[in-house]
Write a protein that binds this ligand. Structure first.
Ligand SMILES: [Zn+2]
Length: 243
């Protein structure tokens, strides 16, 4: 079975559709690592498209923000405005979908969370030191995370907890090899690694291979809808810069 691994769609339907078109025929099931909504102009459309696919999905911090589960006074003004707009816009059935999302999921050799195994909704794993602290918090060989919007792999390579970073080699499948790894596919709808292209990954469960991918999408179409809905300009322009 082949898995399409996606994360941080962030209500960007154009990026989501582009990823699905690019990966067409190459997967059997979808693992979505959360933040389906927040920031972007298409929260209902993204939840509804995801629901047409055979999938499982984890809860992200922006999904929880849209549900009013978080105190958004700690968010910056732009993020807060986007959360409020998302809350006003989401249909009740899509709110119900987000309410039912789990925070962790273990399937075979894979642990799935939005943020980190020890803080599944919150923690940003942005460096090997933080990754190292997280390896004791899951039991499977592999843990898939999103949240940072940066495609990367952290590999544990010694019994002392030494952890190294492996940068993605796009469209080159590699053997996971039972080495303990924390793997981030990157973000579909709001990449933050200075590359504006949508990110996703393909896993082959039988071959135990993993492949990072990028694909450009029509960013101006998304920006047009964001301006139409008066979403903050800073959130509109960041899409074309990838931060
Ligand atoms: Zn996110």
């Amino acid at each position: 079975m082949r898995i399409l691994v996606i994360s941080d769609i962030h209500a960007n339907l154009t990026a989501f559709e582009t990823v699905l078109a690019d990966a067409k025929g190459e997967w059997d099931f979808v693992w979505c690592l959360g933040d389906v909504v927040g920031y972007g102009p298409d929260p209902n459309e993204c939840v509804e498209l995801l629901n047409t696919l055979p999938h499982l999905c984890l809860a992200g911090n922006h999904d929880w923000a849209a549900l009013g589960r978080l105190d958004i006074r700690t968010f910056n003004p732009d993020a807060r405005r986007a959360v409020e707009w998302t809350q006003e816009t989401l249909k009740p059935q899509n709110v119900a979908y987000l309410e039912a999302l789990p925070v962790t999921f273990v399937i075979g050799d894979y642990t799935l969370v939005h943020a980190s195994p020890r803080e599944p909704v919150w923690e940003y794993i942005l460096e090997p030191l933080v990754a190292a602290l997280n390896f004791p918090h899951f039991e499977t060989p592999y843990c898939f995370v999103g949240h940072t919007h940066q495609p990367v792999i952290y590999e544990l390579y010694s019994d002392n907890g030494d952890t190294r970073t492996r940068e993605p080699h796009y469209r080159q499948a590699f053997a996971l090899d039972k080495k303990r790894q924390i793997v981030n596919p990157g973000s579909v709808g709001q990449p933050r690694d200075q590359n504006p292209d949508a990110a996703y990954a393909i896993v082959d469960l039988e071959k135990e291979t993993f492949e990072h991918r990028r694909i450009p999408y029509a960013i101006p179409e998304v920006q047009k809808r964001m301006r139409q809905y008066k979403l903050p300009e800073r959130l509109v322009t960041r899409l074309e810069h990838g931060w």
